[in-house]
Design a protein around this ligand. Sequence first.
Ligand SMILES: N[C@H](CCC[C@H](N)C(=O)O)C(=O)O
Length: 279
Amino acid sequence: MKFTKMHGAGNDYVYINCFEEKVDDPVILSQRVSNRNFGIGSDGLILIMPSDKADVRMRMFNPDGSEGEMCGNGIRCVAKYVYDHGLVKKLNIDVETGNGVLALDLFTGGSGLVERVSVNMGPPKLMRSELPMTGPANEQAIAVTLPLAQGEVEATCLSMGNPHCVVFVDDVENCALETIGPLLENHEYFPNRINVEFVQVVNRTEVIQRTWERGAGETLACGTGASAVTVAGVLTGRTERKIINHLRGGDLQMEWLEEGPVMMTGPAVEVFSGDFNPR
Ligand SMILES: N[C@H](CCC[C@H](N)C(=O)O)C(=O)O
């Protein structure tokens, strides 16, 4: 099976071109390819597929085999792949995701290949039922106190198609990501589990984010997470609508438009392609 390894801000996935390859069991395949010792090594698997609603469709799977509804760093790489490999011949494209059809603008560099991509990530979903999160279905969870075994955590929880829990901290390098991350990910507050972002505010237009991803553990970046952080920063009065988010693997330019959607702009990089035995 042919594959291509790509990353966006260091958030790396194995991409399969399903216009040419047939994937029978993406759950098992993701577990196998993602393994950094026994597989190719990645934060998961992304299938690039034909769509009857958009130019192309994507599905993303975590290293534990679970499926995520959306992937912000992944969708930029899907855009780069379909343009650079001639599957789509225009610089404004639509991609079908588990969060509906999203619109993207592609920017090429001197080589004619795509280097940066802007994505309309859609509006955040703020009701607890939309995450889902326990508690009153039609209430938001902005700066709520969540009692945990280790003590209380203040968090803002929302969905960007997939669920996110944003925790602001004073010192993101030394925060308890490795203990609080998995505790929140698997807490009964969140029946479908959750992605967790730990965020230090540098100033009103700059933040530093670390990410604990559902089904993956710590990753170098998360685009849906950066979108959730942008919304949480505004809703808790910490940041402006337009910010730079410094993630471990690079920067994302973010803006929550007054009209509702979150815009994300960032890099997309192809690393290598190869053949892999799927059995
Ligand atoms: N890294 C991805 C999100 C993956 C989310 C996945 N871990 C989930 O289960 O929702 C991003 O750039 O948006």
